[in-house]
Structure formats: C-alpha cells, structure tokens
Write a protein of this length. Structure first.
Length: 104
C-alpha cells in the first residue's frame, strides 16, 4: 500500500515500513505523528484513490525515530575587483520518521 501526503509544502510517496525525512519538529523520539493531508492512496491490487485535492478520512501514521542531519553544503561568494570573498556552510536538520500504517 502506497500513499502520497503533503507536509511542509512538499509531497512524499511512502509505503508502510519506509523511513522518510520531514521538516524538523520538536517531538520526542518514539512518539507517533499523524499526517492528515493525504492526496492519494494506492491499495494493494486495487485501483488508486485520488482526492480532490485531499482524501476525506485518510491519514498516514508514523513513528518518530529522531533527528537527522543532512549533508554539509559549502558555498562561496566572490565579488571581483572588490577583494571580497566569503565561505559559508549549512547543514539542514530533519526529523526522521518510520511509516507504521496508512489508513484510508
């Protein structure tokens, strides 16, 4: 069973048991989180249910595994003839969740 849900302006395609990285939230590891904006569900062997834009009563329940840090991104800014050089880095933080069940 697959589902497509929306969270934080992005869409995620997940199946039961998969892990996914969502925007950082202040939630304890081991607790459950529920995503209610489900756009589409594809049950095993049956036709696809598509919402317009959302499916009523559908939800994706996931268990919070903890915080995850993305890769380090380093970028340079350079302005010629002004002797201006800057080197900066950024590392995005995410919340890692495991999908436990898809209802709908």
């Amino acid at each position: 069973m697959h589902a497509i849900f929306r969270d934080g302006g992005r869409q995620y395609r997940v199946a039961e048991g998969e892990t996914v990285l969502v925007d950082l939230r202040d939630i304890e590891p081991g607790s459950n989180i529920e995503f209610g904006e489900v756009l589409c569900i594809e049950p095993n062997g049956a036709g696809m249910k598509i919402g317009q834009p959302l499916l009523d009563g559908a939800r994706v329940v996931a268990e919070v595994m903890g915080e995850y840090k993305g890769p380090k991104l380093i970028f340079h800014m350079f302005r010629r003839t002004k002797n201006s050089r800057t080197r900066r880095g950024h590392r995005q933080r995410y919340t890692q969740v495991r999908v436990s069940k898809i209802e709908g």
